[in-house]
Ligand binder design. Structure first.
Ligand SMILES: Cc1cc2nc3c(=O)[nH]c(=O)nc-3n(C[C@H](O)[C@H](O)[C@H](O)COP(=O)(O)OP(=O)(O)OC[C@H]3O[C@@H](n4cnc5c(N)ncnc54)[C@H](O)[C@@H]3O)c2cc1C
Length: 562
């Protein structure tokens, strides 16, 4: 287990002791339970019954540090509670809890835990802070969750590691060549080294180079969709726009389901540091900001289906046009009274014939610590001239030898914020190459060895580069709406308001009951704050729409739009 700074510095907040008064107040949310000494209350990989509040006795919380190791994280005594963020949404436990003395307790199941957070705000805040910090501790100590075993820098290892990191899920990566524990596991499970990477899940299942969906299902991140349930609203996309809409809608009593085909956070989750979001004077990493929003949405009972893709939007048969039917990538169905499309945008791929060959391990659309570690001390090339490219260049410059920033235009002025341009100018190891485009990529297998480029004078050159980052203008994620009768503009963004039809709400599409917010919307401002603002704004329109579809309003009139 790696050391966790949070365990050392914030132990009191992580493991608070509730007073007898506090316990009396929250008792109504739980059911009494008793465990004999030695009883295993929950095992890592199993769904925990809920938050376990200990009235008397002691409960040991431990994680399996890989192999046969057993590491005690904490021993809870009377007034303490066992639980972690997973308990907020009935996900499998990341740790094992066992009674080491006879225990009297009460158990607050997930649904009631969410009620506690809302009805007992001050106590709820203490509990929530503890759950979040415990997750941070598990992430830092890297001693729980699935174990990825593979070869260092392998494209599939990076893909799986990237997915779990973006999902805020603790995990470990063991190098099959250098780590003795990894070699032991490969032998124990008789894995042919050609079949690496493998993932050993906490429930004991072994996956051979799984897709993200298969992995998510195995570790309980995603559950099957209840096709018989009618949600008030289905939100497509868990970027800032979708998460904001989810938080506002669920906090106002609507039943909400959110789908995202990758991980929560969207493009904002890729930002190394967001410095222009209101209220964060020192900036905040995009992943940290989005992880807070994701947890907040779950606190209000939002159902997350991540990763899973919306593939088609249509009307449910025989409902008089009052219900929508979404078909997902797993062939499941979501029924909802209204739909919010917040599917954002994705970076354009470079128009180079053999790009796909290097996309696994040498061409990146993300500049997180995982990619930065891969490139430490090396020269890298980055294509793009927007704020996202600027941020990535500045972040990478702190870890790599040189960042070659290839810009199609004459300079950065037209597309990048002044503060980023100044930072790039001040950074000696960022070299800006204006009016330069990549013309070819060369390498062996998945490994890039050099890039070819051309500038406006027609000069051509080759540069030994092993890692290429692409932050080129984003295209809207709207292909999946083909055949759904939603009007798009000439570039594929969704029309809303007056441009979509008569008497449309500003965020409503050409189809009544379907809204579009954030970067996917034609004419939107491509900023986190704008996406969040539209997420809040759309909920008012949603109430009016649902009232017209027979859904009883659950919020005061003052909060609704008429
Ligand atoms: C590296 C980077 C740095 C940035 N830095 C800043 C900054 O500092 N300040 C700032 O204001 N803005 C910044 N931006 C821009 C900002 O992140 C975006 O404007 C914002 O994320 C848009 O939010 P969104 O929710 O509309 O869309 P997105 O963030 O694009 O999220 C859309 C989500 O929808 C999902 N999705 C797409 N199609 C489907 C489907 N069919 N089914 C299910 N899910 C789907 C995607 O996986 C994605 O998670 C940055 C962008 C990047 C890439």
């Amino acid at each position: 287990m790696s050391p966790s700074a949070t365990y050392d510095t914030r132990r009191d907040q992580m493991f608070p002791t509730l007073s007898p008064d506090d316990i009396a107040r929250i008792r109504r949310f739980g059911e009494a339970a008793a465990f004999e000494a030695g009883a295993r209350i929950v095992r890592a990989g199993d769904i925990a019954p809920g938050l376990i509040v200990i009235v008397s006795g002691k409960v040991e919380i431990s994680q399996d540090g890989g192999g046969d190791r057993h590491e005690t994280i904490v021993v809870h005594g009377p007034g303490s509670f066992a639980g972690e963020l997973a308990q907020l949404s009935e996900r499998p436990s990341l740790v094992t809890a066992a009674a080491i003395e006879p225990v009297d307790a009460f158990i607050i199941p997930s649904r009631r835990l969410r009620d506690l957070m809302v009805q007992e705000a001050t106590l709820g805040e203490r509990v929530m802070r503890a759950l979040i910090l415990r997750r941070v501790g598990l992430l830092e100590s890297a001693g729980s969750g699935p174990i990825i075993i593979g070869h260092q820098n392998d494209g599939d290892v990076l893909r799986l590691q990237g997915f779990l990191t973006r999902s805020g899920h603790p995990h470990r990566v063991l190098d099959a060549e250098t780590d003795s524990c990894a070699r032991c596991l490969v032998e124990r499970f008789h894995v042919d080294p050609h079949h690496l990477p493998i993932v050993l899940c906490p429930n004991g299942k072994l996956l051979l180079n799984p897709g993200e969906r298969e992995l998510a299902r195995c570790i309980g991140l995603v559950k099957p969709i209840d096709g018989s349930k009618l949600y008030d609203v289905a939100i497509i996309g868990a970027g800032p726009a979708g998460l904001a809409a989810a938080v506002y809608a669920a906090s106002e009593g609507l039943s909400v389901i959110v789908l995202d085909c990758r991980a929560f956070g969207g493009q904002a989750g890729a930002s190394a540091r967001i410095e222009n979001y209101l209220g964060f004077p020192t900036g905040i990493s995009g992943l940290a900001l989005m992880a807070r929003a994701y947890t907040q949405a779950q606190k209000f009972g939002v159902e997350m289906v991540i990763p899973n893709e919306a593939e088609h939007l249509g009307l449910a048969a025989g409902d008089g046009g009052q219900q929508f039917r979404l078909r997902t990538g797993t062939d499941e169905t979501v029924h909802a009274r209204a739909v919010i499309v917040a599917s954002g945008a994705r970076y354009r791929r470079l128009d180079v014939a053999n790009l796909a060959q290097f996309e696994g391990s040498s061409v990146h659309y993300w500049a997180s610590p995982i990619e930065a570690k891969l490139c430490t001390g090396q020269e890298v090339a980055l294509v793009g001239a927007g704020n996202s490219a600027g941020q990535a260049a500045v972040y990478l410059a702190s870890q790599v030898k040189t960042v070659w920033l290839l810009v199609r235009g004459v300079d950065l002025e037209a597309s990048m914020s002044r503060y980023l341009i100044e930072r790039i100018e001040a950074q000696r190891n960022i070299k800006v190459l204006p009016e330069t485009t990549v013309t070819g990529l060369d390498g062996q297998g998945e490994s890039l060895e050099s890039i070819r480029w051309r500038n406006r004078q027609g000069e051509e050159g080759t540069c030994p580069i092993r890692h290429l980052f692409l932050f080129i203008r984003a295209d809207p994620y709207t292909d999946w709406l083909t055949g759904s009768d939603i009007a798009l503009d000439g570039k594929g963004f969704i029309r809303t308001g007056a441009t979509a039809g008569q008497e449309r709400h500003p965020l409503e599409t050409s189809r009544s009951g379907v809204f579009a917010i954030g970067d996917v919307r034609s004419g939107s401002v491509k900023r986190v704050s704008a996406a969040v603002g539209e997420g809040a704004q759309v909920v008012a329109a949603l109430h009016a729409c649902l009232a017209g579809r027979g859904r009883q309003p659950s919020v005061p009139q003052s909060m609704r739009m008429t």
